[in-house]
Design a protein around this ligand. Sequence first.
Ligand code: TXA
Ligand code: MG
Length: 325
Amino acid sequence: MASILNAFDSEALQLAAKTIQQGGLVAFPTETVYGLGADARNPMAVARIFEVKRRPSIDPLIVHVASAEEAEKYGRLEHKNAHLLMRQFWPGPLTLVVPKRELVPQIVTAGLATVALRMPAHETALALIRRAGTAIAAPSANPFGYLSPTDAGHVSREMSQQIDIILDGGKCSVGVESTIISLIGSKPVLLRPGGTPVEELEKVLGEVQRFEALPERPEAPGQLKRHYATRTRLEVFSGVEHELSIRLGERIGVLSLGPLADPGRYAAVEVLSSSGNLREAAANLFAALRRLDEMDLERIVALPVPEIGLGIAIMDRLTRCSARE
Ligand code: TXA
Ligand code: MG
């Protein structure tokens, strides 16, 4: 059983850092979602992450660092935009994929010659990395394919048996995973929309290509169609379509950006933001999906949100959640 400790307590952090150094697993808060961390230089410790998550070994992990200088030890940040992006967006929800250095074990990158680097904007995460004296490899702290955890309770319900420590830092402020940008080719490519809106990136980079839209896209691990999935079937429907799809007496849960006109018709309704704010909606997304998933519904209907700002990441997660095996 994992010990659940206060993420802002200095002794707890010290114990967690020691656990990382000794090859253990620590779940910790970041501004996006909770991560399941191990020493990024210790292949045995990283192997346990894959085991505990039941994650396929072809899906590489993000290496979390506490500064741009530290990032240099793990990856080659020679792309002309690398330093600009780090200066502008670190610490924060932006992950950069760059050529890896020797120091990163193969298991972390799933054998790729590239590594994903991120400096999180969360005091606990940064303190843990600094005190452990090593970068921390961490995927989201959920069983592979399920919804990412945005509070310590989510982590403890699913992972508590197999990990050593859970640092409880309350609710994550961003709520969706980091945006991932590849700096491997000459032009930056968006691999995953996330907590840093792509519009913000485009202000400094110009137009950013989307992986999905590349004419000849390379094999990319982790670009799984079905992911972030509820156990209950979920469909993304516009208002009218979903009206037409309801069967009499069906237990439906609805996920909506703003309040519904007729909430009484459904077995459950989750409103992501009463004012329709997309940042607030992103922060509430995974917890709302979990609550619906725990209600034994026949179906979850997610109403689409505008695809701007954080709405792009929200729609990406909902679409992947709705994809069939
Ligand atoms: O916000 C986040 O990014 C959270 C927190 C914990 O930092 N982490 C997270 O990790 O979402 P994970 O493992 O759930 O998702 C990481 C994604 C994977 O889908 C993987 O395919 C991609 O990053 N990735 C990692 N290394 C890569 C690489 N070298 N090339 C391309 N994609 C990579
Ligand atoms: Mg994940």
